[in-house]
Ligand binder design. Structure first.
Ligand code: FAD
Length: 471
């Protein structure tokens, strides 16, 4: 049983760390991007360094006060937000002040950063040393590297560089009782016992507060080329991906599926976003290649286009001829979530499937959903990773709220179908609070039992992110 944040507790925080340790308990910390949950908090604190995080957690452990680690607040599964009916108002511990670059070692391709640095700041710091930190998400201006690690975020470059887990060499983290784990390794090889960094990555704030990370950088590709190609269907897109990998020497850094519905949503709601085609094609892909100086990415993309046309996979396309055109193409892809938000989804799914199941799943799911209601599905995402955002919208002219009673049925149907196809109900957003029930339903019971044992060992009083992941 957890205790509330009392005025005595706040007074002792202020006397120990100064009054400015507190942040106003504003909507910034109590709303999530899709506004599906409104949170509550006993107080919000923003420590300045790992020592303060340690001292605060030790006080919370002692007094059995629940703590939610808070990064940029862009999480989409309610991990950073606890609704009023989900438990005693917790202490929100924001990493926003811990946003310094600790060190960069260009010759080692390593950067050590505080957890509160935004992803965009991490990318800029790498760029300033002519290096690449390849993690890239539409929320990168706001999300923090600590949040990215806690959720093991994916994004558009996973195909080539892996997800956040693959970009991390070590972490510094504070455990529930205030103990600090110093594991800011710069080593690529270190087989000395359990891989605790990988236990914390993806743990969504339930096992420790990540305070810093050692990150793996890459050399920047000398030349980058981008194209949007109209494909026959998702099956053709997957065949095209195999060709793209072959002709580029596996230099495909992004391969994003865009549906006609998604393009139309952007056309309707964001007219300032450049559209590559006069009419929205039913399916297209955004492909990006990053190649060495000796290769010409535009020529490779032309070869891909020709091979795609010859194989009846591709019917039209645009190859970016300038940085501005590349940015326009990415802007369209990255604004699809914003356009979705303006249209208003009934329910969104972040699913992954084995690549060989994916093409069959897309129409199968749509046909099954159509039996429940005449809705529209905007299916888009990181096709090369088998990761689809499969978001369901009301028919034209209707409001999502009219379909709210069908929400759970549609979600159950999609997740059951994904499970039957050997997929996952959460490809990259995590479990948080919104999908904790799904983990119980679809997860392997032994895995869940092991997770509970690990939680019990590292956080015996259950103060860290109570109710998230393991409900
Ligand atoms: C427009 C948009 C696009 C997105 N695109 C993608 C995408 O392509 N791929 C993808 O994977 N996600 C995507 N997301 C989801 C989100 O941006 C990621 O999950 C991101 O990694 C969350 O980081 P954050 O700093 O905002 O974390 P928060 O939202 O603050 O927190 C998320 C979870 O991590 C925990 N946490 C945060 N910081 C720490 C810390 N330092 N230590 C321990 N636990 C912590 C929280 O308790 C919570 O459980 C998108 C979101 C939006 C709004």
């Amino acid at each position: 049983m957890l205790n509330p944040v009392t005025s005595e507790f706040i007074t002792s925080l202020c006397s120990r760390f100064g009054e400015d340790i507190l942040r106003p308990t504003s909507d910034l910390y109590l709303e999530e991007p899709r506004k599906r949950i409104t949170g509550h908090a006993g107080a919000v604190v923003a420590p300045r360094n790992t020592g303060e995080v340690s001292a605060i957690l030790s006080m919370c452990h002692e007094q059995r006060i629940g703590v939610i680690p808070f990064g940029g607040g862009t999480g989409l599964v309610g991990g950073q937000i606890m609704a009023v009916d989900q438990g005693v108002a917790p202490l929100i511990l924001s990493l926003e002040r811990m946003n310094g670059l600790r060190a960069i070692h260009p010759s080692e391709n390593v950067m050590i950063a505080d957890a509160g640095m935004t992803l965009a700041a991490i990318q800029d710091a790498a760029e300033s040393e002519n290096r690449l930190f390849p993690l890239s998400l539409a929320s990168e201006g706001t999300c923090q590297i600590g949040g990215n690690l806690a959720t093991n975020a994916g994004g558009v470059n996973v195909l080539r560089y892996g997800n956040t887990r693959d970009l991390c060499l070590g972490v510094e983290a504070v455990l529930a009782d205030g103990t600090v784990l110093n594991n800011l390794s710069r080593l690529r090889k270190d087989n000395t016992g359990y891989d605790l960094k990988n236990l914390l990555i993806g743990s969504e704030g339930t096992l420790g507060v990540i305070t810093a990370a050692s990150l793996r950088l890459s050399p920047k590709p000398a030349r980058v080329g981008t194209a949007i190609l109209v494909v026959r269907d998702p099956e053709a897109a997957l065949e095209l991906l195999a060709i793209a990998r072959e002709i580029s020497g596996d230099a495909v850094s992004a391969f994003e599926l865009i549906s006609g519905i998604g393009m139309e949503f952007a056309r309707q709601t964001l007219p300032e976003i450049h559209q590559p085609f006069a009419q929205s094609p039913e399916w297209s892909i955004l492909v990006e290649l990053g190649v060495p100086a000796a290769l010409n990415p535009e020529t490779l993309l032309e070869d891909l286009f020709v091979a795609g046309c010859e194989g009846d996979l591709v019917s039209d396309g645009v190859i970016a001829q300038s940085l501005a055109q590349r940015q326009e193409m990415w802007s369209l892809r990255e604004h699809i979530p914003a356009a979705n938000k303006k249209i208003g989804a009934i329910v969104s799914h972040d699913i992954s499937l084995p690549l060989s199941e994916l093409a069959a799943f897309i129409p199968h799911g749509m046909a099954e959903i159509a039996k429940i209601a005449p809705v529209r599905v905007n299916c888009f995402g990181h096709l090369g990773d088998g990761n689809l955002h499969y978001n369901v919208f009301p028919p034209q002219g209707c409001n999502a709220s009219e379909f709210a009673p069908l929400r759970d049925d549609i979600e159950r149907l999609v997740h059951d179908l994904v499970h039957a196809h050997g997929g996952s109900f959460s490809a990259e957003h995590g479990v948080g609070r919104l999908k904790a029930g799904e983990l119980t339903r679809y997860g392997d019971p032994t895995k869940r039992a092991m997770m509970l044992q690990i939680k019990q060992a590292l956080d015996p009083r259950g103060i860290l992110n109570p109710g998230a992941v393991l409900s």
